[in-house]
Design a protein around this ligand. Structure first.
Ligand code: RB5
Length: 148
């Protein structure tokens, strides 16, 4: 299952991505927001990140206006590797090299078509492991160093 969340700045793109994911027969949980009312993106970033680290979702997508705030917030949760991407190469690399478990997109940056292409590239890619796993282990060491 994939969990998707946004703030008001990502609401429209979230709706478009849900249609795309339904076409791809991906099971999706919507963590909100559900209206155009102004909300605080860290709340939704945390919700999606916690579902991913707990295992209740295999992976997540977050959308805010630029994607910047959501990526900063989600990456505070140990075990989250949230990647803000703007082109298909980055989206593929986010999985192949970084094993990103959350993809982050900017609703005020991308067209719906661009965003669907990025999600597709990420979903179709596989983590390469090997030397890249070693680098992810080094990231985990940073998390441990700074966890209380
Ligand atoms: C909300 O106006 C906006 O700041 C938010 O969607 C996001 O772009 C933050 O990084």
């Amino acid at each position: 299952m994939l969990v998707i969340g946004s703030d008001h700045g990502g609401l429209n793109l979230k709706a478009a991505l849900k249609e795309y994911l339904a076409q791809r027969k991906v099971e999706v949980a919507d963590a909100g927001t559900q209206t155009n009312d102004s909300v605080d993106y860290p709340e939704f970033g945390l919700k999606v990140a916690e579902m991913v680290v707990s295992g209740s979702a295999e992976r997540g997508i977050l959308v805010c206006g630029t994607g910047i705030g959501m990526s900063i917030a989600a990456n505070k949760v140990p075990g989250i590797r949230a990647a803000l991407v703007t082109d298909p190469f980055m989206a593929r690399m986010a999985k192949e090299h970084n094993n990103a478990n959350i993809l982050v997109l900017g609703g005020r940056v991308l067209t719906e078509q661009q965003a669907c292409e990025l999600v597709g590239a990420w979903l179709d890619a596989s983590f390469e492991g090997g030397r890249h796993q070693g680098r992810l282990d080094l990231i985990s060491d940073i998390e441990k160093k700074y966890s209380k």
